[in-house]
Design a protein around this ligand. Sequence first.
Ligand SMILES: [Ca+2]
Ligand SMILES: [Ca+2]
Length: 354
Amino acid sequence: MKRLLTLGAVAAGVLLALAPAASASAVTSIDAELGGWVAADETAPFSLQLAGATGEDLEVSIQLADGTMSVDDSGLALTLASGFTSFSDVAEITFTGSSADVTTALAERLIWTAPSTPAQSYLRLSASVGSHYDGLVVDETSGHSYLLVTTPTAWAEARDAAAAMNLNGLTGYLATITTPEENSFVTAATSGTTHFIAATSEITYVNPLLAPEDQYSNEAELRAVYYWGAGPEAGERVTYTPWFPDEPNGVVSDRCLLTNWFSGNGLWNDAGCSVGYAYVVEFGGLDTEVGPALYDNLDAAAPPLDGDGTVDDELADTGVDALPVLGAALLALAAGLWMLSSRRASAAAPRADV
Ligand SMILES: [Ca+2]
Ligand SMILES: [Ca+2]
């Protein structure tokens, strides 16, 4: 029986791991349209296209080799990261937002201003885009990450909400606290907030995780017997149980476990599954981390020129009217100044499809 139970638990765990992973996703790549050569101080749109983004909030970092950029965030709910103060005229930026708003911002709202010298430049940048969760805490020892959700939520809804989360390819799950070290870390990471963990003795939550021959026929058999109801340990018996004094007190309907009962002590209590409590989502160990998607052309070759490589040809590639630019460049050379006429600025008609 014990052997069968173990095999069943492993099989169920594998099934559970595969099911959410198939629907979860992450930003897997960034494609860029950076345009061609741009005259000094001129602006040109550029575009970063994300592949794989789903519902999770995203964090973007862009760093330019030279020049400045602006992100038109009008109508979009984007938030600058700590240390950044403007979406305009910056050489470097990090911001967060919903997957939809970030995707729109990167695809349609980016403008580059070329540096004042040399007379023409091409855009070089590095960018990264990954999942973003406010308050996420990473255990550097295990590599697992934890997110406290303080909205009072019933256990099954918390389990399902956690499974819908995705951290750079890692599917979330209601936290499984399996060692004293993990218990201490999560207690500290949540500042001792009372919250649900994935342990349960509710028959309708446990049986689907077990092989048919291991399933329980009535709830009395599951009295004070706890299983992990989610995560890599789904379907496994709970063995580490740091109970609060006099718990579990065995109230028949109290079949989902809370930690930090009464105080930030890391001690557990059996409680009602349908009562709303905070919960902790854990990421790690269930599937493969994708990591933030990266784009970097800092060392890439310059974009090709259509003409003979002279200034006018190069600027013509950007769509800028070449003649006034060439005139201004010659004038600037003669005067020892790189002054650009307002006519030239208004003549700029940069192209993103070079
Ligand atoms: Ca765990
Ligand atoms: Ca109790």
